[in-house]
Design a binder for this molecule. Structure first.
Ligand SMILES: Cc1cc2nc3c(=O)[nH]c(=O)nc-3n(C[C@H](O)[C@H](O)[C@H](O)COP(=O)(O)O)c2cc1C
Length: 303
């Protein structure tokens, strides 16, 4: 019998799959449903200090190999969202609260309140490709990433994961900056900045014009990012981007990920995807003669 149990920065997960941020993670009920369906951990929708309205429609469209979204990080603000966090104190898997802000202090205060309410860990969304003042201005600047992670680390006593953007010339530099400030894990990646144009109306399709590409289209980019980060730093990595089945999950682990997050594929296949991926990983490990999922992490780097 092979083992899927794994640990990230001391967080015990029954298996290495997680619900990605922004997918169903807006209420306690939906997060609980994902956990009951077999997710090894769940990440909430990103929450800021103050409430925020999203962009007008259309905000999400399906494209050839994934989705394009510019939702605009709508959320009720951490003071309100705390009620959802508190309702999940008995959750049987880690609850990771995703936070964002427009200055390091805003990230820190949102993270502090999330942890006080019961979050097992926080994930810093340093990577939204379509909201001005956060993903690009903070997330693409290694110094700003460092300051933000440091500000959060200084005021919470739970693991802090930095979710990085692929919209940069060197994701390794961002990862090094996050690690140097004490990040306990790196999530890679958020969506890839992209757009679509309607050829009949001659107009960009998304109301915000630019958005983030997710789904199968970005998997090779995400695998490359995980591989590069694994070579750059010695901090656990959570792979994200285009995971649709157990093969994708295994590929991310061979590149160096300790766990994988699943987002877009849930919209297409539903929550049963968690169990299917776990069964597939087990079958793979058995077939290859491994006893635990930890044994395959980073194997693609061994010469
Ligand atoms: C509709 C939508 C909303 C998202 N909202 C967030 C968010 O609030 N915070 C965040 O860090 N990532 C957000 N993401 C990005 C996902 O968490 C994930 O990084 C990305 O979609 C790549 O994974 P996937 O290909 O499995 O979807 C969102 C993605 C989508 C499609």
């Amino acid at each position: 019998m092979v083992g899927l149990r794994t640990y990230i920065a001391g967080l015990e997960m029954p298996n290495p799959t997680m619900l990605a941020s922004g997918i169903l993670g807006t209420t306690a009920d939906m997060l609980r449903e994902a956990a009951n369906a077999g997710a090894g951990a769940v990440v909430t929708k990103s929450v800021s200090l103050k409430p925020r309205e999203g962009y007008p429609n259309p905000t999400v469209i399906q494209v050839d190999c994934g989705f394009l979204n510019a939702v605009g990080l709508p959320n009720p603000g951490i003071h309100k969202f705390i009620d959802e966090i508190k309702r999940l104190r008995d959750l049987n898997v880690p609850l990771i609260v995703s936070v964002f802000g427009f200055k390091p202090e805003e990230y820190a205060e949102a993270a502090r309140l999330a942890v006080e309410a019961g979050a097992s860990a926080v994930e810093l969304n340093l990577s939204c490709p379509h909201v001005k003042g956060t993903g690009a201005e903070i997330g693409q600047d290694p110094e700003a990433v460092k300051l933000t992670v440091k500000a959060v680390k200084d005021c919470v006593d739970r693991p802090v994961f930095a979710k990085l953007t692929p919209n940069t010339s060197s994701i390794s530099d961002l990862a090094r900056a996050a690690a140097s400030a004490g990040a306990d894990g790196i999530t890679a990646i958020n969506t890839v900045r992209a757009m679509a144009i309607d050829i009949e109306t001659f107009r960009p399709v998304l109301a915000n014009r630019f958005g983030g590409l997710s789904g199968a289209a970005i998997k090779p980019i995400a695998v490359r990012c995980v591989y590069e980060i694994y070579e750059a730093i010695d901090v656990p990595i959570i792979g994200c981007g285009g995971v649709r089945d157990w093969r994708d999950a295994v590929e991310f682990m061979l590149a160096g990920a300790r766990a994988v997050q699943i987002g877009s594929a849930i919209a297409l296949e539903g929550l049963s995807i968690f169990k299917r991926i776990c069964e597939g990983i087990c079958g793979f490990l058995e077939r290859k003669g491994f006893r635990s999922v930890d044994e395959i992490i980073g194997l693609a780097h061994k010469k």
